[in-house]
Design a protein around this ligand. Sequence first.
Ligand SMILES: [Zn+2]
Ligand SMILES: [Zn+2]
Length: 266
Amino acid sequence: MDMNSGYQHYYHSSMASSYDGSIDFEFQTTVFVFEIRTNFLLVKRTLDHDEDYEEQIMGSENLSATLRVPADQLDDWLERLHGDDFSHITYRLKEYLMPGDEIQSLIHEVFDFAQEIMAVDPSIPVVPIVVDVGVCTVQLDGETLDHAIDRSVRPDCLIPLPLLRPEWKKNDSFRPINDYLLYGLPRIGVEDEGFGAHMETCSICLGGPTAAAPMSLLPCNHAFHRHCVVKWMLKSWTCPLCRHEIAHDILKEAMKGTNKDITFLL
Ligand SMILES: [Zn+2]
Ligand SMILES: [Zn+2]
């Protein structure tokens, strides 16, 4: 793993000993229930030894996806794993700053694991799979602890989980208004050109730009952390700085886009 990037991820799949949720059974389908259990860790350098690290838990969250596979379509799994059922999970993994190839490896590993279980007992109606994911922000050599905490990936810097709904579908004409707002917001990452010019400080949380918190530029040209402005917009549809009516502009853009091939913020 690359310690220099300042972020590390690990994951491990296992089968849950039991499943206590409720499932509607359909004839001749296998139901796969994937639960992603994420721990957010801050990996601190200890003062005494350069090579020693100490872990601090910054939070945790669970998200899940359910996949129904007709018994005669097991070969199509992989394709399905990339589809709508998983779009909220891949979106979240990107928010964890997990590189694209690692996201693909995680999905492949989970898929392989599910296949192994099916090979042992193809008659299991519900296969509950737990994927433990660790998202580590690693304090860099010479970096202050405050700075590392500031750029750490943690739940309060991500889009609120209830906004990431698995049932969201591309052509759903009854999409809740929040989905339009969310996906109509432009995103700018720290790596994007001219980033500094847009936002020195987010006036909602008073924090600065960091890799773990991309920002969004509103139609009035005011920028905020994405997670901050999304939370703000759940309560108010005007710009926190200039009171410009943002919802109207964003909705108009979003409605225009519905005829195009849109993927859910991927
Ligand atoms: Zn902010
Ligand atoms: Zn504004």
